[in-house]
Design a protein around this ligand. Structure first.
Ligand code: SAM
Length: 254
């Protein structure tokens, strides 16, 4: 069992694993919600940007984009994909920026990579400090109480002589602030199969806890996890999109 081979040694396979993800629609959702709730500015920062698929779309929407990721191999691919964007290696739980941003995004549940609640608090505070007034922090999350350990996503892709099977699943033990994302990659070439299994430590929480962490900094709007429509969260589904609008002053700074 490896820790994060997917984002280091196997980073070249990441886009194959995500081939079924509709990055266009996710990026459009962030753009649309930013048009509604944001301040009209075009400076964008993508936390845990990976190989930069959302940045590619948001550049086309007229944003000036910067990507931050902790794994340089992911950023190397992102820079090739988006030469017009800037990228920096860093931890989203402790980052500072040279200039403020109007929109900060964190897609594909990556905010859970904060790992624990203290680091998540630091991530929220870093995002708050990096935003312009009225700027938007946009991300998606999963509620720990609704994780079904029996569910997993899988798909297969043929690339040249290689057949890939990818699967991923949340795992939550039912108590505490830690969950994992378990990823398995099988690569078969000439009837020989190589297998990698990653176990990614992530922070686990429920939406009420998250709202409490965000409340000192942001006005928080929660939406159903549907990228093609804007529907308020129904208070029962376990996945949601959070749109957090920066307030003038943090209560903690008063
Ligand atoms: C599931 S991928 C998402 C990548 C991209 N946002 C996407 O939607 O395809 C998670 C990303 O989070 C990055 N990551 C993990 N922990 C991080 C941290 N503490 N700070 C910044 N990036 C981190 C990984 O390197 C990886 O690129």
């Amino acid at each position: 069992m490896s820790y994060n081979a997917l984002y280091s040694d196997l980073s070249g396979y990441y886009d194959l694993m995500c081939a079924d993800i509709d990055y266009q629609s996710q990026s459009s959702s962030a753009h649309r919600l930013n048009q509604i709730f944001g301040n009209g500015g075009k400076q964008h920062l993508d936390l845990a940007c990976g190989t930069g698929p959302h940045i590619a779309h948001l550049l086309q929407d007229g944003f000036t984009c910067r990507g931050l990721d902790i794994n340089q191999p992911m950023l190397d691919i992102a820079k090739q994909r988006c030469p017009d964007a800037e990228f920096a290696q860093g931890n989203m739980c402790a980052f500072e920026t040279e200039h403020p941003f109007d929109l900060i995004t964190c897609f594909l549940y990556s905010i859970h990579y904060s790992g624990d609640l203290d680091n998540l608090k630091s991530c929220i505070k870093s995002a708050y400090q990096a935003l312009t007034h009225g700027g938007v922090f946009y991300f998606n999350v999963v509620a720990k109480s609704q994780i079904d350990n029996a569910l997993f996503a899988k798909h297969s892709v043929q690339q040249d002589q290689d057949l890939f099977h990818f699967s991923s699943a949340w795992h939550y033990i039912g108590h505490g602030e830690k969950q994992t994302l378990n990823v398995r990659i099988d690569k078969t070439t000439d009837q020989q199969t190589l297998t990698w299994e990653d176990e990614h430590p992530m922070v686990a929480l429920n939406f009420d806890e998250l709202k409490t962490l965000l409340a000192p900094y942001f006005d928080v709007h929660v939406f159903e996890h549907n990228y093609d429509s804007i529907t308020p969260w129904d208070h029962s589904s376990g996945n949601a999109i959070f749109v957090c609008v920066k307030r003038e002053q943090n209560d903690n700074e008063r």
